[in-house]
Structure formats: structure tokens, C-alpha cells
Design a protein around this ligand. Structure first.
Ligand code: CA
Ligand code: CA
Length: 297
């Protein structure tokens, strides 16, 4: 099986970068990644202000997917996530929701083994591995840092991008130019302190091109659920984007007019917060598939 090594990375998503790697439509392959600090923090003496932030938040790629054309939908299926034996959690002034209460930055190295992240000698957390950054080239003319989420995916920090999930993204460029990174061993909704348990590792993916599943922005499918993502400056705007996408999907899928799709939404869907710590915030509108008679995207 092909292994995409971590030595070629993107710092921003655009149509100019050009692909460093190429895979086939339907191919299963591994992508190796550093953590979001590009491996600069390996001990508790190294604090966030000590590292070069210009090489943070990159993503391995771009990886062109053969056959992907503008107007298609790229499905990125997460088949497995292997973690290294430790993760990193920093605090730093201004980082996360309560960052104003941090006066001295510090670093914790979290051992990972036996299915747990060992937060301390007495506190162990079950692993919930997920992929923070998974994005493709945005519309022509845009140049978006990998730390910023959008309709092209990227740093959505959505815990549903996990093993067994399929992430659908709207293709804007031939090959799509996929880039992935920022694995977390554990992360809760919101990424409230500004980081999950940041780890290096490798991700097993399957990339499939669909001609008949159009999306305007990221949609995640799990066994039982669909999630329509919205990213914007404020939560209110992000919610509006996610809800509008969901209602449009319900209209088409259940052959309802807008008013009835809007009623259907109110009876079945939840709004959930993905992250509130990046420059733009991300929410997801959750639509249960089986309770609503919807089988897939
Ligand atoms: Ca992230
Ligand atoms: Ca992260």
C-alpha cells in the first residue's frame, strides 16, 4: 500500500501550489504526519513561545486524486489512525477560551499506550483519535492558510473526522489537491483550550470521486448520521450556513418544499459546535439518517 511521507507539506490551500503526490480514485493509502507543531515540542521544557510558529499548522500534501474535476465531490474516508507513543498539550497566554487567565506558558507531554492517553499517573483518558486538518484547494484566487477552515475543509477541528467517517468536499481544481494533518489523540467539541492532545502519526485514507453527490461545503457521513458544516466569523453566521445546507439537502432528498423541509429540520436536527478557537468558528448541523429515512448523502 502506498505511503505518503510527511516531508512535503503545504502551509496554505490554493490552486497554485501544485500537487506533491498523486493517488488513484478509490485508492487506499497511508499519510504520515507530524503534530501541529511540526514536531518542535518533544519535552516539557519547550513551551509554545519558544517554537517557530511560522512552521506550525501545516498539512501533508497536496495530494492530487486522479479523475477529480471541478464540480465533483471528493470523499475522504478515514479507515484508520495510528498514533505515536505520546502527545503534547501546551497552555500559553491568550490561547483558547480562558487564555486571558494564563500568565506563564507550560507544556505537558502525555504518554499514549494501551488505548489511553495518560493525563497523569491517576487520570487516563480513552483515546478518541481524530483529524484536525483535512482540506482541498479552494476556489481560484483564494489562498487560505491551513490553520483556517472554510468551504474547502482544512482546519475544521471537528471530532467527527474520525475512523469510520467519510468527509465530502466540493472539488474546485482538477485533482482536488488534498492536504491532511493535525491529528489529535483526544479532543472535545470546541477545542476549548486551543489544543487537543496533539500527536504525530499516520492516517489510512480512501479517496473517492463522486459525480452525483454535489455539496457546497464540508459534509461528514458516519454509519448513522450526516453533519453539514458551517464556518464563519460568528457562531450565528456559521449556524445559518450549516442549517441552510441541511434544509437544501432535505428538500432534495425527501422531495419537500422549503417550508416542509424547514419543519423537518426542526423536528430532527441538532446544532453542534466543532471549534471556537480558530480565526473562524465552525459548527455542524446533525441530521440522523435512519430516523429520517435518509440512507446516504
Ligand atoms: Ca487544529
Ligand atoms: Ca490541533
Amino acid at each position: 500500500m502506498r505511503v505518503v511521507p510527511k516531508d512535503k507539506v503545504s502551509f496554505s490551500c490554493n490552486q497554485k501550489n501544485g500537487a506533491n503526490y498523486q493517488v488513484d480514485d478509490g485508492e487506499v493509502f497511508w499519510v504520515e504526519t507530524d503534530d501541529c507543531y511540526s514536531g518542535q515540542i518533544q519535552d516539557e521544557k519547550t513551551r509554545r513561545p519558544d517554537i517557530d510558529i511560522s512552521i506550525m499548522d501545516c498539512a501533508v500534501g497536496p495530494i492530487a486524486v486522479k479523475g477529480a474535476m471541478p464540480g465533483d465531490t471528493l470523499c475522504v474516508e478515514i479507515l484508520a489512525i495510528d498514533l505515536v507513543d505520546h502527545g503534547v498539550m501546551v497552555t500559553s497566554k491568550g490561547l483558547g477560551v480562558l487564555g486571558d487567565r494564563i500568565t506563564e506558558p507550560d507544556t505537558k507531554i502525555i504518554p499514549i499506550h494501551d488505548g489511553f492517553a495518560w493525563f497523569s499517573d491517576t487520570i487516563r483518558l480513552p483515546l478518541t483519535p481524530m483529524v484536525g486538518v483535512c482540506g482541498i484547494a479552494p476556489k481560484a484566487g483564494l489562498d487560505i492558510h491551513c490553520a483556517v477552515p472554510g468551504t474547502h475543509g482544512s482546519n475544521m477541528d471537528t471530532k467527527m473526522v474520525k475512523v469510520g467517517s467519510r468527509l465530502y468536499l466540493p472539488v474546485e481544481k482538477e485533482g482536488a489537491d488534498l492536504a491532511v494533518g493535525d491529528i489529535h489523540a483526544c479532543m472535545g467539541d470546541g477545542e476549548l483550550s486551543g489544543t487537543g492532545i496533539e500527536t504525530a502519526g499516520r492516517i489510512c485514507l480512501r479517496t473517492t470521486v463522486y459525480k452525483d453527490r454535489p455539496v457546497h461545503g464540508p459534509v461528514i457521513e458516519t454509519k448513522n448520521d450526516l453533519y453539514f458544516l458551517g464556518t464563519a466569523v460568528t457562531l450565528k453566521e456559521a449556524i445559518k450556513i450549516a442549517v441552510a445546507e441541511t434544509v437544501e439537502f432535505i428538500e432534495k432528498k425527501r422531495s419537500l418544499n422549503f417550508q416542509d423541509a424547514y419543519r423537518f429540520l426542526r423536528a430532527t436536527c441538532d446544532i453542534q459546535i466543532s471549534q471556537v478557537v480558530n480565526d473562524l468558528v465552525t459548527v455542524r448541523c446533525h441530521l440522523p439518517k435512519f430516523d429520517t429515512g435518509i440512507e446516504t448523502l
